[in-house]
Design a protein around this ligand. Structure first.
Ligand code: ACO
Length: 325
């Protein structure tokens, strides 16, 4: 049986860091509110680079870490809810920027769960299509999709990208994963697209291209699914919580992570948390966290890690990683 391992990791964030104090000069908010409600202290914000540029830089970082050639990449999957364009896909733009001419490239739209979905899809394709190496990227330029006058959302998000190289191996790698969605709650978080309007449409629909979120509803969904998802991964992989070295959750709010730690009776330091520096970077938050942990040499060969995500859709999912590098 072929295994798929994470063979390299990388990340990229814009150089501009925006603090809570800076935001309090733009909208009616303050550092105390943002920190106590979310854990966020600052976030990186694009000064012009778009999602594809950030994704390409994170990918090149991961390819270097994996010590493979760009020509060895068979598949590029970009998870994003803030693509540069409707078409072509951001993954095709990344392929063009980095020159990965042997790859097939496409995007996945599952918002903050996108990286988990991407790992699952890439692993399956690698096994069925005999691909040797893939890149899975979570990349977001949320700052272009935010209403900077809406204090209830503009303080929450940040920009950036994280990438992993997946490689076929004999070593144990990505374990059982699962992805779920509940489309009946599609309107909990939206970034709408084009108006539904043409000379042939009678009742046109005007759409809002800025992010809207029913924060309380998403909070309730997130707290219930984060615990459910971790338990499902333990069950599917025949593991106990004591077998897990780290949980890397989507970084949306420290209160959601605190809740999960309490429910699972785990010390909070089992969870990797970096939201204070990055804010919520949606699909990028988990791979940025993995990359940061790798840089800090926190991850040891043989470690068992659960990745868990939740977001717009609504979507959620989790994956077991046996750390192999
Ligand atoms: N500064 C000061 N006050 C604020 C701010 C702000 N930035 N934003 C809202 N408030 C006010 C509100 O107006 C409200 O005031 P009122 O009581 O006078 O009406 C009060 O603070 C409380 O607002 P709530 O929305 O109830 O605050 P809550 O404690 O629920 O926190 C938050 C809001 C942080 C958004 C929380 O609900 C949350 O984290 N939700 C989950 C978000 C999430 O997980 N998203 C993940 C997916 S994102 C994706 O998929 C792209």
């Amino acid at each position: 049986m072929k295994e798929v391992i994470i063979g390299g990791v990388g990340k990229y964030t814009p150089s501009r860091k925006v603090t809570n104090e800076q935001l309090s000069n733009m909208v009616d908010t303050n550092d105390e509110w943002i920190r106590s409600r979310t854990g966020i202290q600052s976030r990186y914000v694009s000064s012009g680079e778009d999602t594809s540029n950030m994704a390409a830089r994170a990918s090149l970082d991961a390819i270097k870490d994996a010590n493979i050639s760009i020509q060895d990449i068979d598949l590029i999957v970009v998870a994003t809810c803030t693509p540069d364009m409707f078409t072509p896909s951001t993954a095709c733009l990344v392929q063009g920027i980095i020159g990965a001419e042997n790859a097939v490239a496409f995007d996945i739209g599952a918002a903050c769960s996108g990286f988990i979905y991407g790992l699952n899809v890439a692993k399956s394709l690698m096994i069925t299509n005999n691909y040797k190496n893939a890149i899975v990227v979570g990349a977001e330029n949320l700052s272009k999709s935010i209403d900077w006058k809406d204090r209830s959302t503009c303080v929450l998000f940040g920009d950036g990208a994280g990438a992993v190289v997946l490689s076929i191996s004999d070593t144990k790698g990505i374990g059982h994963s699962f992805c779920k969605s509940d489309g009946t709650k599609w309107d909990a978080i939206t970034i709408e697209g084009n108006d539904l309007d043409s000379p042939f449409v009678k009742d046109k629909i005007i759409r809002n291209s800025k992010l809207k979120m029913k924060g309380n509803e998403v909070f309730k969904f997130a707290t219930s699914t984060i615990v459910k998802s971790i338990n499902k991964i333990l069950e599917d992989n025949n593991l106990n919580i004591e077998d897990i070295d780290y949980i890397i959750p989507h970084q949306a709010n420290t209160r959601i992570i605190d809740y999960a730690a309490k429910k699972l009776k785990l010390p909070i330091d089992k969870f990797y948390i970096n939201i204070h520096e990055y804010g919520n970077t949606s699909a990028a938050s988990i791979p940025i966290a993995i990359s940061e942990m790798h840089e800090k040499k926190l991850l040891k060969k043989g470690n068992k890690i659960i990745l868990v995500g939740f977001g717009a859709g609504l979507t959620y999912g989790a994956t077991l990683i046996n750390w192999a590098i």
